[in-house]
Design a protein around this ligand. Structure first.
Ligand code: SF4
Length: 431
């Protein structure tokens, strides 16, 4: 009996054996000698850039110039449009950070990368025709709810009330509550006008006031705060609202955000940034800082943002948060910050889709893409000539019919009949 072959044990897979596959053929001695690995390739360089291809077919029937011509040309044109989706250049993003000047030893806060471009981009989006235009805050924000016809003192009081009602409440709901107060708050004395002013607020029964503002969040607490604040304004501020942050924050239910917004809107003085949930959420999404609450965000922003932007940033970001950068279901595909690669929190899938749609629209319109050469339009034409068989002599009952007597199917038949006969001829040619 011949000896049985001894089964060899399974070979171990080691890192070095895998490396041979990585760096070249294991049997190639030259590759063994040359152990220097080839330069590493970024995986994004290997993956082809995202493109999309769209095909359209266009058929043109060219009628003969005169009825005597027997030829008709059916031209089928297939247009293939390749749209390359441009990818934004990779950016280095740095948050706001403390740095020390090497010469002076002075500590200062450096602004986050690209902040100015981001600020200007949001400003453009909030402008007419922008993706974030027409936000609720533009027409129903607290600064816009005071009555134009009211006296300056009553307007300031109304702005303060609007801000006190606005916490935990949508702008639309807040606007409805303000409208009720402006029209239904009972007059404090016979013959006096009804509506929202300090005197009527002091005189109104808390239950009536609570019913008028029931739609806003925490209306029971807000009723209490409004009544207490009215007394303070009468006793300590001569019936007007305070013109300082300290005075405003001393009122019940008024925090720093409201105080800064109120000072800007009512007294046209900006001493700080009004940071609400949108400003806090969005600036953290952008990676400008990592803060735990709106007050920390305010301090962080004020440490580097130029003062001339302090007033507008609230309006810009609240509008962005209400229209595009929504708390749930952000629209990164419509957001210029995402499309330009400026936002580190952009949802990539939505941004790619947004870029694809934008480039497709440009191709349809025949416009140039943002980066010029990335949009390619390839056209391929196929021409099919359908030639009518010319009947010279045809046998018919009772003798021969000459060409001159043969009816011209192109001139005498209806378009449907012409098309049907052309189809038949094509079929018979194929067979
Ligand atoms: S890209 Fe997306 S996450 Fe960034 S600001 Fe725009 S909507 Fe918000």
């Amino acid at each position: 009996m011949p000896p049985r072959p001894v089964a060899s044990p399974p070979r171990r897979i080691t890192r070095s054996s895998l490396a041979r596959f990585r760096y070249g053929d294991a049997n190639d001695s030259s590759s063994k000698e040359n152990s220097t690995p080839p330069p590493a390739t970024d995986i994004e360089d290997v993956i082809p850039s995202a493109t999309t291809t769209r095909k359209r077919k266009r058929t043109t029937v060219i009628e003969p110039p005169s009825t005597s011509s027997p030829r008709r040309i059916v031209k089928t044109e297939e247009i293939e449009t390749k749209v390359a989706i441009p990818s934004a250049a990779r950016r280095q993003r740095k948050p706001a950070r403390k740095t020390v000047d090497a010469d002076t030893g002075e500590a200062k806060v450096s602004a986050p990368s690209d902040w100015e471009e981001m600020y200007d981009t949001v400003k453009a989006m909030r402008g007419p025709g922008g993706a974030a235009a027409n936000a609720a805050v533009d027409t129903m924000g607290c600064e816009r709810l005071a009555e134009e016809s009211a006296s300056p003192r009553d307007r300031r009081f109304q702005t303060l009330v609007a801000l006190m009602l606005s916490s935990q409440t949508k702008d639309t709901t807040n606007a409805v509550a303000m409208m009720r107060l402006q029209t239904e708050l009972p007059a404090h004395a016979p013959g006096a006008p009804a509506g929202l002013n300090l005197e009527n607020m002091l005189a109104v029964d808390p239950d009536v006031l609570n019913k008028l503002i029931w739609a806003v969040g925490f209306h029971n607490n807000k009723t209490k705060y409004l009544k207490q604040a009215a007394v303070i304004l009468r006793d300590q501020w001569d019936g007007d609202i305070p013109d300082s942050i300290q005075g405003l924050t001393a009122l019940p239910g008024v925090g720093p955000k409201m105080a800064h917004l109120c000072l800007s809107a009512a007294w046209d003085r900006t001493e700080g940034i009004g940071v609400d949930v949108h400003v806090h959420r969005i600036t953290n999404l952008w990676g400008w800082h990592s803060t735990k609450n709106p007050e920390e965000t305010r301090m962080a922003l004020q440490s580097w943002l130029p003062r001339d932007r302090w007033r507008d940033i609230n309006w810009l970001l609240v509008g962005l948060g209400q229209t595009v950068c929504l708390p749930v279901g952000r629209r990164c595909g419509d957001c210029e910050l995402g499309l330009k690669g400026l936002c580190k929190a952009a949802e990539k899938k939505k941004v790619l889709e947004g870029r694809r749609i934008r480039e497709s629209v440009k191709v349809e319109k025949g416009e140039e893409s943002d980066d010029g050469a990335d949009v390619k339009v390839e056209e391929r034409e196929e021409e099919e000539v359908v030639e009518r068989d010319v009947v010279v002599n045809e046998k018919v009952e009772g003798g021969l019919k000459t060409e001159s007597e043969t009816p011209n199917p192109l001139t005498e038949a209806s378009p449907e009949q012409r098309e049907a006969s052309a189809g038949k001829r094509r079929k018979s040619k194929k067979t």
